[in-house]
Design a protein around this ligand. Sequence first.
Ligand SMILES: Cc1cc2nc3c(=O)[nH]c(=O)nc-3n(C[C@H](O)[C@H](O)[C@H](O)COP(=O)(O)OP(=O)(O)OC[C@H]3O[C@@H](n4cnc5c(N)ncnc54)[C@H](O)[C@@H]3O)c2cc1C
Length: 325
Amino acid sequence: MKEAFDLVIIGGGPIGLACGIEAEKAGLSYVIIEKGCLVNSLYNYPKNMTFFSTSEKLEIGGVPFISHNNKPVRAEALEYYRRVATSWNLKTKLYEGVEQIFNKKGSFEVQTDKGNCKAKHLVVSTGFYDIPYLLNVTGENLPKVKHYYDEPHPYFGQNIIVVGAANSAVDVALETYRKGANVTMVIRDDSIRDTVKYWVKPDIENRIKEGSIKAYWNSEIVEIREMEVDVKTPEGVITLSNDFVLAMTGYQPDFSFLESMGIEIGEDNLRTPIHNPDTMETNVKNLYLAGVICGGLKTNKWFIENSIVHAETIVKHILENRNNK
Ligand SMILES: Cc1cc2nc3c(=O)[nH]c(=O)nc-3n(C[C@H](O)[C@H](O)[C@H](O)COP(=O)(O)OP(=O)(O)OC[C@H]3O[C@@H](n4cnc5c(N)ncnc54)[C@H](O)[C@@H]3O)c2cc1C
C-alpha cells in the first residue's frame, strides 16, 4: 500500500521547511522530500559566505536564530535549520529526488528515485540552485572550469578568471584575491552590477581601479584550453594564461520539471511560472509553488526573507478549500 499524504513538499530548503511547519501546525499529514541533505542549496553555498539578511529575518516557525555576528554565516544557518527541523520534528525524506508527478483524478502520485507515494496537494519549492547558466564555449567541460565555488585555498598562487559582475562573482573575486590568487574578471557589461551589496561594491571597484584585480569590460570568454583562455574584448581577442575559470554566471530553475507536471510557464521574458499570488496555487489545481522558484528567471525577486509567507498562504488555502467542500 502506497503512503498517502494531505501534502507532499518537494524541496527541503528554508521555504520547504516553512511549509512543513505550517502543515504540522494545521494537523495535515505531510512529508518534505529532498534530493540532498537538509537545506541542500545552503549546504552548497561558498563555505565562508555571509548572508545579507540579519538572522531574525531568516527565522521560521518561531525558532529564534541567534548569530554571533551582525549577519549570520553559512555554518550558523545550517545549525539553525537543523535545529528548526528537530524542534518541529519535521517529517522529511532526505537524499530522495522527486523524478515525476502523475496527476490522477484529484490526487497526485509522486515518483521518486527510491519509491512512490500519494498526495492530495503538492508544493514545489525546488529553488534555482541546481542548473548553472553555461558559458557555452569550447573547453567548458574541462575540470578546471567551476560553476560552483567552495573556498579560496585551492586557488592560492593560481591564475584564475572569474566570469560575471553580480554578487557571487564579486565575492569570489575578492575572497580569492585576498587569499593569494592572481584574479582577472571577465565582465560582459561595462560596470559592476548595481545589485551588488552596497557595502561590497566600493571594495571591488577600488581593487579594480588600483589594478590588484584586473578586469576586462564588455568582454567574454570564447575558448578555454588546459593552460590558456581566449577572451573577446572590444580591442580584439586576447589569450590569457590560466589555471582555473570560476564561472559565476548565475543559476536558473528547472523549468522542464515544472512543465512535466503541467505547470504553465509565462511568456514574459522572465518565464514566470503561472500561479495565483493570493493563494500560490498554479494553473494545476492543488499544486502550489513556494520560495524563489516563483520568480522564474528573476532569481533575485524572491529570497528567504520575503518568501517565508508563501508557506502560510498555501496551507491557509488548503484548509479553506477543505472546509468549503
Ligand atoms: C550565495 C547566496 C546568498 C544568499 N543570501 C541570502 C540572504 O542573506 N537572505 C535571503 O533571504 N536569501 C538569500 N539568498 C537566497 C536564498 O538562499 C534562497 O532564496 C533560498 O535558498 C531559497 O529557499 P528555497 O527553499 O526557495 O530554495 P532552496 O533553498 O534552493 O531549496 C530548494 C531545495 O529543493 C531541492 N530540490 C530540487 N529539486 C528537487 C527534486 N526534484 N526533488 C527533491 N528535492 C529537490 C534542492 O536540493 C534544495 O534543497 C542567497 C542565495 C545565495 C545563492
